[in-house]
Design a protein around this ligand. Structure first.
Ligand code: NAD
Length: 476
């Protein structure tokens, strides 16, 4: 979605990068080396479907190999093009550096409307696309590891993993060739929800600092905050669900591709999602008002706006009318370079994409490590942890009764304390720690430097410094 007079998505990312490097002192030529996309492979392949050969166009772009493997999702959408894939690959480089996942940046895409094909056909197309990438090491556990993105999910990742295993029958690490797989096919608990969960943790990190919230004119925590979400797909659904069910936020509007639902009292996210699953659309949902012009709701008053659908939705044509004081970029690139400037001037605080949606790649990192270590997290420690806790609880109970102290533990404490952490708890803990750590890193630059006015520039400065340090230590 590009508005006349606006740079393309990739140019927009580069312009944001330039704003940050102007405040940095990188060695000559290093700035250019970090910014450019290393390579983009385009493939056109045929698949025999419905009695004829259909030709598809796909891309895999590698932005930076300062660390390998490179990492980034595969998107299925008709709008996929080289510029978009390169912009998304660049964002992956910066994102991985910001949350300290040891990867370079990559991204892939296939020009396809996934809803136009049935499951068997999608499997054939996916396997053929994967074959083309695998044979060029553009899918490989040590070199290039894709993940889900818009239009793809666990199902597609399982097909890709299986295709890789068929072509590399003796590779003991074959499962690590792709992340976002279902748990029964080598995935990890908590990956499906990870990006939305990360959005929740990002917001919690923000509201943990009253002075940061105050910069957006907000106070308190997430309880009662009015939130508008665009896109109720993987990322938007999980973010909206967790924020409303666990933090007390009110989802006052949900904007989808065919319109928007609105209810100032707060929408039931799970009910809306189930409606979409059953009817393929939000239209007809009985418990809220519906408008065809979904885009208009981006401009409605709220406390937090979460664009979680696609890039370029907040642009020169509507930025001036956006009323949210806080925008969380759950999607990649939802705010264009020009819109970013308008919003900053209005005092709107933007939690940038490379941080806000980094939960996905963080948990993908955990999944990749799990696949390489061939063991589920917590399997060795869980019962040992429980046994040690039990020892302590038993001793306290013995002391209490021997000494006649009459101590009683509060209800639920014993059960909670005794339970050792399983994979899901460990994944959530690792994700929370990552999101808090990355927020602190951004925040130190945001508050610590007079010349840094916003979180996006702060995020770029943190990640570019880290990428630069890696290049320098390689002797580049
Ligand atoms: P998805 O395909 O699961 O969901 C996208 C949703 O947005 C769908 O419900 C779709 O109907 C809706 N949508 C599409 N166009 C729209 C429009 N013009 N207006 C309103 N709604 C629209 O995709 P996703 O995986 O949730 O990804 C969404 C965004 O998050 C993308 O920018 C993606 O790059 C980014 N992201 C995803 C992940 C991940 O783990 N899936 C990780 C990081 C970033």
């Amino acid at each position: 979605m590009s508005v006349a007079g606006e740079p393309s998505f990739r140019e927009s990312v580069d312009l944001m990068f330039n704003r940050a490097v102007a405040l940095m002192d990188l060695g000559p030529g290093l700035e250019q080396k970090i910014r450019v996309c290393n390579s983009t492979y385009t493939v056109r392949f045929g698949v025999r479907l419905r009695g004829k050969i259909e030709t598809f166009t796909g891309y895999r772009s590698v932005h930076s190999e300062h660390m390998e493997p490179v990492k980034g999702g595969i998107r299925y959408a008709l709008s996929v093009n080289q510029d978009e894939v390169e912009a998304l690959a660049a964002l992956m480089t910066y994102k991985c550096a910001l949350v300290e996942t040891p990867f370079g940046g990559s991204k892939g895409g296939l020009c396809i409307d996934p809803r136009a094909w049935d499951v068997d056909e999608l499997e054939q197309i996916t396997r053929r696309f994967a074959y083309e990438l695998i044979k060029r090491d553009l899918i490989n556990p040590a070199q290039n590891v894709p993940a889900p993105d818009m239009g793809t999910g666990e199902r597609e990742m399982a097909w890709i993993a299986d295709q890789y295993a068929r072509m590399n029958t003796t590779d003991i690490n074959a499962k690590a060739c792709v992340t976002g797989k279902p748990p029964h096919a080598g995935g990890i608990q908590g990956r499906v929800e990870a990006t939305g969960r990360g959005v929740q943790y990002a917001l919690r990190a923000f509201f943990r600092h009253p002075e940061d919230a105050a910069r957006a004119g907000l106070s308190g925590d997430l309880d009662g905050k009015r939130v508008i979400v665009q896109g109720l797909g993987n990322v938007g659904y999980h973010a909206a669900k967790f924020l409303s069910e666990e933090d007390g936020a009110k989802i006052t509007a949900i904007i989808e591709r065919d319109g928007a639902l609105h209810d100032e009292a707060g929408l039931d996210v799970e009910a809306v999602r189930q409606w979409i699953v059953r009817h393929g659309s939000i239209k007809g949902y009985p418990a809220a008002s519906f408008t065809e012009n979904g885009g208009a709701l981006l401009e409605a008053p709220c406390d937090i706006l979460i664009p979680a659908a696609m890039e370029g939705v907040i642009n020169l044509s509507n930025a001036g009318r956006i009323r949210a004081p806080l925008i969380v970029e759950a999607a990649n690139g939802p705010v264009t370079f020009g819109a970013d400037e308008i919003l900053r001037r209005k005092g709107c605080i933007i939690i940038p994409d490379m941080y806000a949606n980094a939960g996905g790649v963080t948990v993908s990192y955990f999944e990749w490590v799990k696949n390489l270590s061939h063991i589920r997290f917590g399997r060795m420690q869980r019962r040992a942890e429980e046994a040690r806790h039990l020892l302590l609880v038993n001793e306290l109970e013995r002391l209490s009764s021997d000494q006649g102290l009459g101590w009683t533990m509060s209800p639920g404490f014993k059960e909670q304390y005794l339970r050792g952490a399983g994979e899901l708890e460990l994944v959530r803990s690792g994700l929370d720690d990552t999101m808090r750590g990355a927020y602190q890193a951004m925040r130190e630059v945001w508050h610590g430097r007079q010349d840094v006015q916003d979180l996006r520039v702060a995020a770029y400065i943190v990640s570019i410094s880290r990428v630069a340090a890696t290049y320098q230590s390689k002797g580049l």
